[in-house]
Write a protein that binds this ligand. Structure first.
Ligand code: DPP
Ligand code: ZN
Length: 844
């Protein structure tokens, strides 16, 4: 496969002035007729005219009305073109019903749907399918279906057709078309300047009762973007469609967002609090793309973080505003460590702005998205809130309607602040998670903090430069008072000392408050100091972080030296649990342990070989010890966390349910499932139903409830996804493979639907001890299914290969077992470009 490099970027030689498309829909033979107005760019001399096109049957092509016979290649079409402006026309035939890759125009349950990002439009018609080619689109959809949608504003419609015009120039990846027998949940929004916007959420008949929350989240997002970023919506309609077969969470097509049904449909009976929160965040994310992504887009796909990092950062701000900021921050850091750190420290490591790729779909990663968002957060911290707001205003004013780069983005910050950001820019080009080592010194009223940074080698990158790292630090006095408020230290050199004078007593430093940079902190801080911070830190993030460090050290001591759980940790968590002044959601997080996979990473980092079974046993032992330690408190907490009011998925109620679920898990370890069974019996919302079922399964009980759950929810595909997933994620290590294997034989295992495929194979890979069970059967099962899915859906297959990315952490036997599976996948005839790239990078 061909490798594409950022350094080879060259602009397209033509402007596209206008695109007209006519779709004659038919499941196996949809006709797409295009009329595209091109004009050679004034400064380009006889540029080559090449249009992307894949899996298209060309019926006819013409230039300025004259039929032509273009040269067709595997990837597109070329032909001679006149000087100046001309109209290119083509008629092609495509086969949506057999499009299982879910890229381009495809069908899902009788509904037509598109997915064009990143390079799907070329499977719809011949076009310069690159984000820096922007044009207005006029679309006519002919089809015998009640709902016919495309981007922009509706201009005409009648029996069997609809016409749409999108006045905002956009790249082809934002094109969308949906047609089907759908019902609308409708509402409207009045923008700040008085524009009336019709809002519709289109769903399959039967899903009408799952729309209200998504719609409300949309309206709140629209308002928030006006209030906080001054961004107003710009069309007469905003449509969202829910589709069951979808590779990602959702897609921000202009005026016509398409959502995986799991990312938008929710009712209290069928969706958990976590589902509601995720839906709210994704609705916000896709809506916010209207400005950060659509009005201002990316010049090329290497700049993906320009829109994704910024939009993730914006949706996180939104969630922090409408829920709890510390709880959101802690959740994001847990996620970053679980998904981004392993990527950044393994064979798939790549910069936030990658410099090469074979298949761009493989770069919709935690690094581009989540680390990309962390980089924005650091920038905001370094320049301050005021300058950030001014820089964003300048960005929107200067670049509206353009396809931009990271250089454009940083330049607005340089222009607003007068600061030079070339060192900061290394965050975009140097891969790997920086390590920051902490050393302390104390004497004569002066506390010195010496920070040293290092950045490990990563694929294709060695000998890296020191980064510009904002380290937020506060100091606590011996009685727990804050003696120095949070300030941001700017670590720019390999090693730097920061002094704090005039202190009456040796302080305890709270370092990397709010997780001010995505780094690994190598603490010189003692266990006593961590316990002190757990009890006293005024920064809620770092207070949680102290609990996490203590939990990690406790577990590592248990794993490596057979120690028993330390009282400092158990007491510390207990006092948090019983502190009614603290938000229940926050208390629930404080009681959480690092994941087993995270522990494996920490051990590997320290040069040890992680033993998945030993990690599993230690985690179980510590959870048991915690439950016993908290025993007296549990009944009171349980009744305090009961929610009597009718269900609301807001921060307050969901926080109570989340601590309630922690209490239920602990109680189940002590009562063998008595409370969980009674909670299950009276559960009237999915959060409680699933948490009590989970507690029962963990206790080795609950088979009856599991069967009843299936019977109850058989007709609800989103709930059945949970039913599949729960069994695999909670299986004991030596049962995991068998459970997953059996479920893949279940009549409801519709493996070509990505959600269902992921509902079994995802938890298989995430069940650390079960996946890494020494006999290697789970590795083989996953590989079998990846090989089977690859020809059907390369994108989802390739994504899931990352389950193997941490393989070099483990012992020689496991490595050999995994290598054999990776090589087996690699040797599969006609393996997709997507999966080939992923497997070869992982093996490298
Ligand atoms: N739909 C994906 C997202 O919103 C890709 N743009 O992040
Ligand atoms: Zn996005």
């Amino acid at each position: 496969p061909q490798t594409i490099y950022l350094k080879d970027y060259a602009p397209f030689g033509f402007d596209v002035r206008e695109v007209n498309l006519i779709f004659d829909l038919a499941p196996n033979a949809t006709r797409v007729t295009s009329r595209i107005r091109f004009a050679a760019k004034p400064d380009a001399e006889h540029p080559d005219f090449f249009l992307h096109g894949e899996q298209l049957k060309l019926i006819r092509a013409a230039i300025d009305g004259q039929e032509i016979t273009p040269t067709l290649t595997e990837t597109g079409l070329t032909c001679d073109v006149p000087d100046g402006a001309f109209t290119f026309e083509a008629e092609v035939e495509i086969d949506p019903a057999n499009n299982t890759a879910l890229e381009g125009l495809y069908m899902s349950n009788g509904m037509y749907c598109t997915q064009c990002e990143a390079e799907g439009f070329r499977k719809i018609t011949y076009y310069p399918d690159r984000p820096d080619v922007m044009s207005t689109f006029t679309v006519r959809v002919n089809g015998d279906l009640p709902v016919l949608l495309s981007n922009g504003n509706p201009t005409d419609s009648g029996e069997g057709f609809a016409e749409w015009h999108d006045p905002w120039p956009k790249p082809a990846y934002l094109f969308a078309l949906v047609a089907g027998d759908l019902v609308a949940h409708s509402d409207h929004f009045t923008t700040v300047s008085g524009r009336e916007v019709d809002l519709n959420l289109y769903v399959r008949p039967g899903d009408e009762g799952k729309c209200a929350f998504g719609m409300d989240a949309l309206k709140r997002s629209m308002k928030w973007d006006e209030d906080v970023y001054g961004r107003e919506y710009d069309l007469d309609v905003f449509n969202i469609v829910a589709v069951d077969d979808f590779n990602m969470g959702a897609m921000e097509n202009k005026g016509l967002n398409v959502f995986n049904s799991s990312a938008v449909l929710a009712s209290p009976e069928t969706a958990t609090d976590a589902n509601f929160e995720r839906i709210e965040a994704i609705i916000a994310h896709e809506y916010f793309h209207n400005w950060t992504g659509n009005r201002i887009t990316c010049r090329d796909w290497f700049q993906l973080c320009l829109k994704e990092g910024l939009t993730v950062f914006r949706d996180a701000q939104f969630t922090s505003d409408v829920r709890s900021a510390p709880v959101k921050r802690i959740g994001d850091v847990i996620d970053l460590r679980a998904r981004q750190f392993p990527e950044d420290n393994g064979p798939l490591a790549h910069p936030v702005r990658p410099e090469s790729f074979q298949e761009i779909n493989n770069f919709y990663t935690a690094t581009v998205y989540e680390k990309g968002a962390e980089v924005i957060g650091m920038l905001k911290r370094l320049v301050g809130d005021q300058a950030y707001a001014e820089a964003l205003d300048l960005y929107f004013a200067r670049h509206d309607g353009q396809a931009c780069t990271i250089e454009d983005w940083l330049k607005v910050f340089e222009d607003v602040t007068g600061r030079e950001l070339s060192q900061f820019k290394l965050w975009y080009s140097q891969a790997g998670t920086p390590r920051v080592k902490v050393e302390e010194d104390w004497g004569d009223g002066t506390y010195s903090l010496t920070l040293s940074q290092s950045l490990p080698d990563s694929p294709g990158q060695v000998d890296k430069q020191p980064m510009h790292i904002p380290v937020a630090v506060g100091l606590l006095g011996p009685d727990g008072d804050e003696v120095r408020e949070t300030q941001t230290l700017e670590l720019t050199e390999a090693r730097q000392t920061f002094r704090f004078d005039g202190l009456a007593a040796k302080p305890t430093a709270s370092i990397l408050r709010e997780f001010s940079a995505p780094v690994i902190l190598e603490h010189g801080v003692s266990r006593d100091a961590q316990a002190f911070l757990l009890a006293h830190d005024t920064d809620p993030f770092n207070r949680w972080s102290a609990a996490r460090v203590l939990a990690t050290e406790t577990l590592i001591g248990m794993i490596t030296d057979g120690k028993t759980p330390g009282g400092d940790y158990l007491d510390g968590v207990l006092s948090v649990l019983r502190n009614d002044d603290l938000d229940p959601a926050y208390r629930a997080l404080m009681a959480g342990l690092p994941t087993q996979s995270e522990l494996a990473g920490v051990l590997a980092d320290r040069g040890l070989i992680p033993d998945p079974m030993a990690i599993w046993r230690a985690s179980e032992t510590l959870k048991q010890a915690m439950a016993q330690h908290a025993q007296d408190l549990l009944p009171r907490l349980h009744s305090q966390m009961r929610v009597d009011a009718s269900y609301r998925p807001d921060a307050e109620q969901s926080g109570k349910r989340s601590l309630g679920s922690v209490v239920l898990s602990m109680t189940t370890r002590l009562d063998g499932g008595e409370l969980a069974a009674s909670e299950y019996a009276k559960s009237d919302n999915m959060t409680l139903q699933l948490s009590s079922l989970g507690a029962l399964l963990r206790a080795g009980k609950g088979q009856e409830e599991l069967a009843a759950f299936y019977d109850q929810w058989q007709a609800d595909r989103l709930v059945i996804d949970k039913w599949f997933g729960l069994q695999v994620s909670l299986a004991e290590p030596d049962q995991t493979c068998a459970v997953a294997q059996k479920l893949t034989g279940h009549p409801d295992f519709h493996w070509k639907t990505p959600n269902r495929f992921r509902s079994v194979l995802g938890p298989l890979a995430m069940n650390h001890a079960g996946f890494h069970h020494g006999d290697g059967t789970s590795y083989a099962l996953l590989a079998d299914w990846l090989i089977r899915l690859d020809p059907v859906n390369p994108q989802t297959t390739a994504r899931m290969c990352s389950a193997f990315q941490t393989w070099k952490r483990y012992d020689a036997d496991r490595q050999a077992l995994i290598r054999a599976q990776l090589e087996r996948i690699a040797a599969t005839p006609e393996l997709s470009r997507d999966t080939t790239e992923m497997v070869s990078r992982i093996l490298d």
